[in-house]
Design a protein around this ligand. Structure first.
Ligand code: F6P
Length: 407
């Protein structure tokens, strides 16, 4: 009798489940006694384990930066104290979809990792594929993550990422509100909304300052002009911060247009005064002859390719009679010893993410504002990126210091 009525309503149950998942075709629930297959990359073996404790997943997504290991370390410590086991997904979301993860322990999460840049969980900016290598659309990837979250019997997921990741978390939560996901903002670019600073920015600022100082000594010795290109994508935070901290003469950021004649005038004036000059340029700044092109990562994903603007500016300064050289700092900006500020911020975020999961108060993005960690509900996040504004304290500071920032 019961079986018959179940058959009657089965179709209806499937339709309701489909709409609850916002269009994902299946949701599998496996009870706590189910055995899972684990690829443990630490010993390289395929081992098997049962869920005997509450379980938190953690992943690092997108470009790496300093402070990621500090987040992982602190999340592990707090989770362990609260009785959770922690699954570290490898290569970001790729590891969630493809069942690649390690079970964190004290050996992996030892204090040495606090100072190490990069991510022990590895990361990936590659497009996502299914098990057959077929490209997954964003919506398909979201559904896969939801499915895997349930299959893995997670009690929470700590999703460490940049602004692209925040958009992904929002979409996942729209499809399945039962997921306990906490987003942690990290990026050297510092362009994430809802936080005054992201994990990784303090270290990149230090690394870039040190590199510029190495250039200043040779610029002074040879009485040259140097144009230094820094990362940051479409936001000028790295250029502005490092430029102010090292006493640059010109800082070109994507948020402000520059005038070539005024730029040359400023460089000539600085050079006349001190016999060297430093121009810092953010990678996405363009010139008349250099417009950045987009390259296709997949059908859905276009990404602008940056790199080379410093060379173009130096070449043009040479035409104006200045002995100008260019340096593109490139990926050294993503490494270096993690500075104390990133170690602390990362650990504050890691602990708070676990606390929120433990309280089942999830679906939010952590941020740092007015010297404290805050959580913003994903539904309240209207925009995921932020940029420099003319009213920002550091933009005003640069102008007060006589740095040419554009028009
Ligand atoms: O978003 C971080 C970042 O380092 C940017 O500043 C830079 O444009 C980009 O990543 C470089 O990405 P990739 O390592 O994929 O070349």
């Amino acid at each position: 009798m019961m079986f018959e009525s179940f058959r009657k309503y089965k179709a209806l149950i499937i339709v309701i489940a489909f709409f609850q998942l916002g269009g994902c075709s299946t949701q599998q629930h496996i009870d706590n006694s189910t055995t899972l297959s684990v690829i443990d990359s630490v010993n390289g073996d395929k081992s098997v384990f049962k869920k005997s404790r509450k379980r938190i997943g953690i992943l690092t997504s997108g470009g790496d930066c300093s402070g990621l290991n500090a987040i992982i370390y602190a999340a592990y410590k707090k989770a362990k104290a609260l009785g959770y086991e922690v699954i570290g997904f490898k290569y970001g979301v790729h590891g969630v979809i493809h069942n690649q993860y390690i079970v964190l322990d004290d050996r992996i999460c030892n204090a040495d990792i606090l100072q190490k840049s990069g991510t022990l969980l590895k990361s990936s900016t590659k497009v996502l594929t299914d098990n057959n290598g077929k490209l997954l659309s964003k919506a398909e990837a979201d559904c896969e993550i939801i499915k895997r979250y349930h299959e893995m019997q997670l009690d929470g997921l700590i999703y460490i990422g940049g602004n692209g990741s925040i958009g992904a978390i929002k979409n996942i939560l729209k499809k399945d509100t039962s997921l306990n996901i906490v987003g942690i903002p990290k990026t050297i670019d510092n362009d994430i909304a809802n936080t005054e600073t992201a994990v990784g920015f303090a270290t990149v600022s230090e690394v870039v300052c040190n590199a510029i100082e190495n250039i200043i000594s040779t610029a002074q010795s040879h009485e040259r002009v140097f144009v230094v290109e820094v990362m940051g994508r479409d936001a000028g935070y790295i250029a502005l911060t490092a430029g102010i901290a090292t006493g640059a003469d010109v800082i070109l950021i994507p948020e402000k247009k520059y005038n070539w004649e005024n730029l040359v005038k400023k460089v000539e004036q600085s050079y006349a005064e001190k016999k060297y000059a430093i121009v810092i340029v953010s990678e996405s700044v363009e010139s008349e002859e250099m417009k950045h092109k987009s390259s296709k990562l997949s059908d859905a994903l276009l990404r602008k390719e940056y790199g080379g603007i410093a060379k173009v500016i130096a070449k043009n300064l040479k035409k104006s009679g200045l002995d100008a050289k260019s340096v593109n700092l490139g990926h050294i900006q993503r490494g270096g010893k993690t500075v104390v500020a990133d170690r602390l911020l990362g650990q504050k975020f890691g602990v708070q993410a676990v606390n929120l999961i433990n309280q089942q108060n999830c679906g939010c993005l952590l941020g740092y504002q007015n010297n404290q960690v805050i959580g913003t509900n994903m539904n309240d996040i209207k925009t995921t990126t932020r940029n420099l504004k003319v009213t920002d304290e550091d933009v005003i500071l640069a102008s007060n210091l006589g740095i040419y920032l554009g028009e």
